[in-house]
Design a protein around this ligand. Structure first.
Ligand SMILES: *[C@@H]1O[C@H](CO)[C@@H](O)[C@H](O)[C@H]1NC(C)=O
Ligand SMILES: *[C@@H]1O[C@H](CO)[C@@H](O)[C@H](O)[C@H]1NC(C)=O
Ligand SMILES: *[C@@H]1O[C@H](CO)[C@@H](O)[C@H](O)[C@H]1NC(C)=O
Ligand SMILES: *[C@@H]1O[C@H](CO)[C@@H](O)[C@H](O)[C@H]1NC(C)=O
Ligand SMILES: *[C@@H]1O[C@H](CO)[C@@H](O)[C@H](O)[C@H]1NC(C)=O
Length: 850
């Protein structure tokens, strides 16, 4: 937690240093030019600070430097030409800064270089041909810069490249044919360029491939030839290119695949039934190609699939019944094919489904009423088929559905009045046009104000804007019907409403007792409705406006800033009402995709509804161009990290146990009581805040994901270093088990008073060379600043450490669930010590870990 500037007067006295590692602090200011006097340095790590200004030219004096890492700062300007004199360098990492300028030919002099990473800067120009001289390269990452031109044709020849990324630049031309000739490539990403030509032939034999992204280029060639069997491959995206040929049955042998995307190419032939062997597959997208034949029933074996997109092909036949096994499906898109038969009723069993598109097919029969049992959110599109029969009134239960398109079918009967329960539709997101519907439109604002286009082509509809008035007979019948129905509804609804009111009153009383600060009865603030550039979400109790926050922080003046983190800054805002809130401002790029805005909003909505005494209240969020604001409850004591390592009031053993227990309950709530379950993704000592009585509150869930520019379920960077589950290095998929791991690290950290670091890996590796460490005594591992615990307290500590170790097991499957951790920590906190506390060894406790 070091802050402030790196003082040049210190540095001048450090001339004997061989290693200077100041990473992971909050150091500010520039790198002093005096750094050039530390000529004995082998290692210089300043990464993950807030250092600004340029890299001083004097860095070229550090002739002995082997590793230089200045990543994740705010360093500006070009890379000084003297840096290329450092020919001993093996590791050069400058990623995630604001460096500009070009890479000169002198890069080629650094022939010892093994790891070169300048991703996420503003570097431009062509890559010099001399990079082909870097034969020791293993990692070469230049993604998300402004590079252009072609990649040198002999790059990679005679090297054993492992991680290679050219993504998100403006590279053109063909890939160097020898780039994979070492057959050691595992990560290869070049998405988002203008690359052409075929995939180099060597890829066929690369058995180490794990992650491949070629999407959004103009690659050509026969896809059945370009790839082979890649047993390690987890993720491949070939979409948006001009690949042709057929999908080889060999893909079925890439058994670790979780993502297979070949959408938007010119791929022909049938979908091979062998794809059914990909039992790890979660996302299959073959849309917008020329695929024909039927949907192979074997796809029903892909039990983990959550996204299936086969739209815009020439697939025919019926939807196979085996698809009903895909109970994890969240999105299904089979639109724009020539599928026939009816819509199977079992679609109603897909309890995770949020989007469904079967439009533009030749489907017949009725709309199964079971679809109303789904929890659809994004869309239900059944348009342009030959569906008949009446609209099931059960569909009215789809209260979260945002888009409904039933147009261009042969549907008849009236629009059921239950449809007025679909509160999430808007006047432009509903379409009943070109059917045989008749009768009055449900008289809610949505339907009465809907665009006339939503109803046209139905001769018998009446009563809405642009439609004829309903004639009296018709209205009479339907109001009579409605009246009886209303009586039934009232009979059912009144008791429920009374119960809800009682619950609300009780909880309001409870809330105002516990936190009187919230009692101030200001008018409920919907912020500046006049300013449409701001998108707003406030929880129902929001008692302030965004304007008030701007005023309270004098437009986010630095003097109100109480913290800075990887994603943005946190401000303390004391509102006129006396209420204090914490406002997190996150920088977002201008091209933040609209689709992600939506998922951001729906996620924030889930978070504002999360209610738990160990979860920081998110009052709401607001966004303006370039920034996103999250408004939280303000916590006086600050973060667990600050309290654990600060010089304030010491946390005793009792308080520490309370913190671990509260955290466990909070995370268990997110995992098991929220619908959909929320995976926190970034549990660390910095994201747990403390109330006055050391009651912990977990904060900041979800934001890591919201800001991650990668696709919705995978991620390249998120989470805090040191708390991330080991499997994330290769699966890149956050699950509840990743949270369990991070929780375990924090629990151990709270017990030990320091990050458990290597201890976890040491204890979990079965290597016997580490015998000494295995004989570590628990009492020596616990925070030495506190007196050794005795009696019952000692038993509780032993149990908590055991739990922490169980949560950090290497194998995610063998970690416990948060629910059971929370329950055991609360109920069963005794370890039944069979030997004296002072002689318990760590290895004894890890029998629990393995
Ligand atoms: C550096 O060393 C000199 C001479 O030993 C000493 O006078 C000076 O105080 C030192 N500077 C710092 C900042 O410690
Ligand atoms: C270091 O680089 C600078 C600028 O490129 C050059 O002028 C100088 O001669 C180099 N020094 C050595 C010792 O190579
Ligand atoms: C791939 O491996 C096969 C069999 O080992 C070999 O015949 C072929 O030449 C290799 N292809 C390339 C491009 O290395
Ligand atoms: C399916 O893929 C097409 C493009 O190939 C895309 O336009 C559509 O949005 C996708 N459907 C879903 C549900 O994501
Ligand atoms: C509904 O689908 C039809 C085609 O199937 C399309 O023309 C129309 O624009 C869609 N309506 C809405 C509101 O998106």
């Amino acid at each position: 937690m070091l802050s402030g500037e790196i003082s040049s007067s210190f540095i001048t006295n450090w001339t004997q240093l061989i290693s200077l590692q100041l990473q992971n602090n909050t150091l500010t200011g520039i790198i002093p030019s005096e750094i050039g006097q530390l000529t004995k340095l082998n290692i210089l790590y300043l990464y993950s600070n807030q250092i600004s200004g340029p890299i001083p030219a004097e860095i070229g004096n550090l002739k002995n430097l082997v590793q230089l890492d200045l990543s994740m700062n705010a360093i500006t300007g070009p890379i000084p030409s003297t840096l290329w004199n450092l020919t001993q360098l093996e590791v050069l990492k400058l990623y995630s800064n604001n460096l500009n300028g070009t890479l000169p030919p002198e890069v080629g002099n650094m022939t010892s270089l093994q790891k070169f990473d300048v991703n996420r800067n503003q570097l431009e120009g062509e890559l010099p041909n001399t990079i082909s001289q870097l034969k020791n390269l293993q990692i070469f990452q230049v993604y998300t810069n402004k590079f252009s031109g072609s990649i040198p044709n002999d790059f990679g020849q005679g090297t054993y490249l492992d991680y290679v990324s050219f993504s998100n630049n403006s590279f053109s031309g063909e890939l160097p044919p020898q780039i994979c000739s070492g057959l050691s490539i595992s990560y290869f990403t070049v998405n988002g360029n203008n690359l052409t030509g075929p995939v180099p032939a060597c890829f066929r034999n690369c058995s180490e491939l794990v992650r491949v992204r070629l999407e959004g280029n103009r690659f050509i060639g026969d896809i059945s030839q370009a790839f082979g069997v890649h047993p390690q491959l987890v993720y491949i995206d070939l979409s948006g290119n001009q690949f042709s040929g057929e999908i080889s049955p060999e893909w079925g042998d890439c058994t670790k695949l979780t993502m297979l995307n070949m959408a938007e190419n010119r791929i022909s032939g049938e979908i091979p039934k062998e794809l059914g062997k990909l039992t790890q597959l979660q996302d299959l997208r073959l849309s917008s190609n020329n695929l024909r034949g039927t949907i192979p029933p074997q796809l029903g074996d892909l039990g983990l699939l959550f996204n299936l997109n086969l739209s815009n092909n020439q697939l025919s036949g019926v939807i196979p019944s085996s698809i009903s096994n895909l109970l994890k499906l969240q999105k299904v898109d089979l639109s724009a094919n020539t599928l026939n038969g009816s819509i199977p009723q079992w679609f109603g069993d897909f309890s995770n489904l949020i989007a469904m598109n079967l439009s533009h097919n030749q489907l017949t029969g009725e709309i199964p009423f079971q679809l109303g049992n789904l929890n659809l959110q994004l869309f239900l599109d059944l348009s342009s088929n030959s569906l008949s029969g009446s609209l099931p009134s059960n569909l009215g239960k789809l209260s979260n559905l945002e888009n409904l398109n039933l147009s261009h079918n042969n549907l008849s009967g009236s629009i059921p009045s239950t449809f007025s329960g679909m509160n999430s539709l808007t006047s432009t997101s509903v379409d009943f046009s070109y059917n045989n519907l008749q009768g009055p439109i449900p008289s809610t604002n949505l339907f009465l104000n809907a665009s006339p286009n939503a109803f046209k082509g139905n001769s018998g509809l009446c009563g809405a804007k642009g439609l004829p008035n309903c004639d009296s007979t018709l209205t009479g019948i339907s109001t009579n019907r409605r009246r009886t129905r209303n009586i039934i509804i009232i009979a059912a609804v009144v008791p429920i409403v009374i119960i809800i009111i009682l619950i609300t009153i009780t909880s309001l009383i409870l809330i105002s007792r516990r936190k009187p600060i919230w009692g101030g009865g200001r008018s409920i603030g919907r912020s500046d409705d006049d300013d449409t550039s701001q998108k707003l979400i406030w929880d129902r109790e929001g008692k302030f406006t965004f304007k008030e926050i701007v005023k309270a922080t004098e437009d986010f003046d630095d003097k109100y800033c109480i913290g800075k983190g990887g994603f943005g800054s946190v401000y303390r805002a004391e509102l006129a009402s006396g209420q204090t809130v914490a406002v997190k401002r996150l920088q977002i790029s201008d091209d933040y995709p609209a689709e992600r805005w939506r998922s951001f909003e729906s996620e924030v909505r889930v978070l504002t509804e999360a209610r738990h005494r160990n979860i920081v209240r998110l009052h709401g969020s607001c966004s303006t161009k370039g920034s996103m604001y999250l408004v939280y409850e303000y916590m006086e004591r600050g973060s667990l990290g600050k309290v654990l390592y600060g010089d304030g009031e010491e946390m005793g053993w009792r308080e520490r146990l309370r913190v671990v227990r509260g955290m466990a309950h909070a995370v268990a709530y997110l995992h098991h009581d929220c619908n959909p379950a929320v995976v926190h993704r970034d549990i660390s000592v910095n994201n747990v805040l403390l109330e006055a009585g050391f009651e912990p509150k977990v904060a900041d869930f979800g934001t890591a994901r919201l800001l991650n520019p990668d696709s919705s379920n995978w991620t390249t960077v998120a989470g805090s270093y040191g708390y991330m589950a080991p499997e994330l290095a290769y699966t890149m998929r956050f699950t509840e088990k990743c949270d369990v791991y991070s929780f375990g690290v924090v629990a151990l950290e709270v017990m030990m008073g320091r990050h458990p670091g290597e201890l976890i890996t040491t204890l979990s590796s079965s290597s016997s060379s580490l015998v000494n460490e295995e004989d570590l005594l628990l009492k020596d591992v616990l925070d030495q600043r506190l007196p050794p615990p005795t009696g019952q307290l000692a038993e509780e500590l032993v149990f908590t450490v055991k739990m922490g170790l169980a949560c950090t097991r290497v194998n995610p499957e063998s970690r416990p669930t948060m629910r059971s951790v929370a329950q055991e920590l609360s109920a069963q906190t005794q370890a039944y010590l069979s030997e004296p506390f002072h002689s318990i060894t760590m290895s004894k406790l890890t029998s629990f870990q393995k």
